[in-house]
Design a protein around this ligand. Structure first.
Ligand SMILES: NC(=O)c1ccc[n+]([C@@H]2O[C@H](COP(=O)([O-])OP(=O)(O)OC[C@H]3O[C@@H](n4cnc5c(N)ncnc54)[C@H](O)[C@@H]3O)[C@@H](O)[C@H]2O)c1
Ligand SMILES: [Zn+2]
Ligand SMILES: [Zn+2]
Length: 349
């Protein structure tokens, strides 16, 4: 099969990879019709995250058609259209029953293989999905695959971040990072009831989309974002921050925007060994800190209907729609935020 595979830093290639097959009675084989490139794919490709095996098929966002199912699979049949969250989950272990499907005891992340162990990704002609009954979500045949796919990752992650931030109770909330995840966090925070949402980034096109979503864009280039927020909050800072970047600079910026007693909800993937703020600063702020991987499967029950609600302006995220053949180039464009690129949709059919 054709696949976008990882060959080292800034080296993504379209290659011929081995076809997957059913390895377990609970597996399904799915043909991706739509896939996408996520900011998380960039961590390995840009060298911030180590350990990804060379040759791994990348990607963890998918809308597709079920081709074949193992003998224990009951919830989906060949021909069904499905979306998947970015990790597999069993639906039965303690974390799954607590709604923390991202930490399923049997869970695996699509597109992450390390030391020969792990799961291949979605940016390919075929995908093996373990624990298919409790991982895949069936969708009607006539829905937009591009919109549906967003519920498997960035829309759910944005929702998770906004929920973790307590957006419903916030008069003011700031989103740090206006990538697809931050943009979804802003949209979800407003949907949940946050009165005023500021969005901080340096990329003009992303800030413009944040404004169209109803948030107030603040460019970090101008160096006055914090002063603006303090001026707008009577000098206190915002009630909560959604940190959607995953860097020490973003952590630092986040804590500096918060009022005492505020909540910092971080979904940006952090690979550094230490916090960018000290225990003393956390104490002095009476900080609540929440972090981690989004339990997308659990959230999809809420976010899939939102993804398919045409009044949500989600199509605007996909600035680039390309066939798999152009995927390696699309990684470069998305990674360097060239050409107004916000999110890349890979069209495989
Ligand atoms: N927790 C989860 O389950 C989960 C799921 C999906 C993605 N993520 C992570 O969320 C993060 C965002 O993903 P994405 O797809 O939106 O990525 P992205 O790379 O497209 O967007 C990141 C944005 O942050 C901006 N940025 C960088 N430094 C900044 C700073 N100091 N202040 C303000 N903005 C800054 C960039 O200009 C960019 O627009 C990544 O770390 C990704 O791995 C986490
Ligand atoms: Zn992702
Ligand atoms: Zn589980």
């Amino acid at each position: 099969m054709r696949a976008l595979t990882f060959h080292g830093i800034e080296d993504v290639r379209l290659t011929e990879a081995p076809d997957p097959s059913l390895l377990d009675p609970r597996d399904a084989l799915v043909r991706p019709l739509r896939a996408a490139i996520c900011g998380s794919d960039l961590h390995a490709v840009q060298g911030r995250e180590e350990g990804l095996d060379l040759g791994t098929v990348l990607g963890h966002e998918i809308y597709g058609e079920v081709l074949e199912v193992g003998s224990d699979v009951q919830a989906v049949r060949p021909g069904d259209r499905v979306v998947a969250p970015f990790t597999t989950s069993c639906g039965k272990c303690t974390p799954c029953l607590q709604g923390l499907t991202a930490r399923c005891e049997l869970g695996q992340l699509f597109g992450w293989s390390s030391g020969g162990q792990g799961l291949q990704g979605t940016q390919a002609d075929l995908l093996r999905v373990p624990l298919a009954d409790t991982t895949l979500v069936k969708v009607p045949k006539d829905v937009s695959g591009a919109r549906a796919l967003l519920s498997g990752d960035v829309l759910s992650t944005g929702m998770f971040c906004a929920l973790q931030a307590g957006a419903a109770e916030c008069q003011t909330l700031a989103v740090v990072g206006a990538g697809p995840v931050g943009l979804m966090a802003a949209l979800c925070a407003l949907h949940l009831g946050a009165d005023q949402v500021f969005v901080l980034d340096s990329v003009v096109e992303r800030l413009e989309l944040a404004a169209r979503f109803g948030a107030e864009p603040l460019s970090i280039e101008e160096g006055a974002a914090r002063e603006t927020i303090l001026a707008r909050t009577e000098g206190r800072g915002v009630d909560a921050v959604c940190e959607c970047v995953g860097s020490p600079a973003a952590s630092r910026a986040s804590i500096e925007l918060l009022r005492p007693g505020g909540t910092l909800a971080a979904v940006g993937v952090h690979t550094e060994a230490a916090f960018a703020f000290s225990p003393g600063e956390a104490y002095d702020k009476n900080l609540t800190y929440r972090a981690g991987r989004c339990p997308a499967r659990a959230l999809m029950d809420t976010t899939l209907p939102l993804a398919l609600d045409s009044t949500w302006p989600l199509e605007e995220l996909f600035t680039h729609r390309v066939p798999l053949e152009h995927g390696a180039d699309a990684y470069r464009i998305f990674g360097s935020r060239e050409d107004g690129c916000i999110k890349v949709l890979l069209e495989l059919d």
